[in-house]
Design a protein around this ligand. Structure first.
Ligand code: MN
Length: 202
């Protein structure tokens, strides 16, 4: 796996807390990063202390643990991945090999976004919707409940939509669709392209 082995720590946001406004508010990012993600980090550290996982990476934990340890470690990984793909100055569209793959798999970028949004709306309860690639570069949209992560299904994540209520409730209340639609404005496709290139170059 070319994805860097992640430490169990609260990685800082790669932008300021108010930088994604008006799409994602400062208050949402303060809670989402400093409260929710921080809680997953702290719980994971508490669960690995004194165990054989004490020096393990997030990926090693995700591939072999279950229950609370899996859930908390995967949520650390998922949130880092989610925050890193967003930018106040995003590249607004994919290009190159990723755009070709999106067009051949889904018809167009617009259709891919519609499919991911529809998955987000139909996912019951909390979870994540992922754009993934297999080892050969074939794209697939998958939704997973709770802390689910596609790496456990041998799929490589390219883009994540957090559909836990805490991701959108402050800004959009019960409207998951508004939260997802807003998110598309701050997805930095240069990050997604880099992730795809890394998989193609494995
Ligand atoms: Mn979240």
């Amino acid at each position: 796996m070319t994805i860097a082995m992640g430490k169990i720590e609260l990685s800082p946001l790669p932008y300021g807390y108010s930088d994604l406004e008006p799409y994602i508010s400062e208050q949402t990012l303060l809670y989402h990063h400093d409260k929710h993600m921080a809680a997953y980090v702290n719980k994971t550290l508490e669960l690995v202390a004194g165990t054989s996982y004490a020096d393990a990476s997030l990926e090693q934990i995700m591939m072999s643990a279950d229950g609370a340890l899996f859930n908390n470690a995967a949520q650390v990984w998922n949130h880092r991945f989610y925050f890193e793909q967003l930018s106040p100055r995003p590249q607004s569209k994919p290009k190159g090999k990723l755009l070709e793959a999106i067009n051949s798999s889904f018809g167009s970028l617009r259709k891919m976004r519609e499919m991911m949004t529809a998955e987000a709306l139909s996912l019951f309860g909390s979870g994540w919707v992922w754009l993934t690639s297999d080892i050969h570069g074939k794209l697939k949209i998958v939704s997973m409940s709770n802390a689910g992560n596609p790496l456990t299904n041998e799929l490589y994540p390219l883009l994540a939509i957090d559909v836990w209520e805490h991701a959108y409730y402050i800004d959009y209340r019960n409207s998951r669709v508004e939260g997802v639609n807003a998110l598309w404005n701050v997805v930095d496709w240069s990050v997604v392209e880099q992730r795809y290139d890394d998989i193609l170059n494995m």
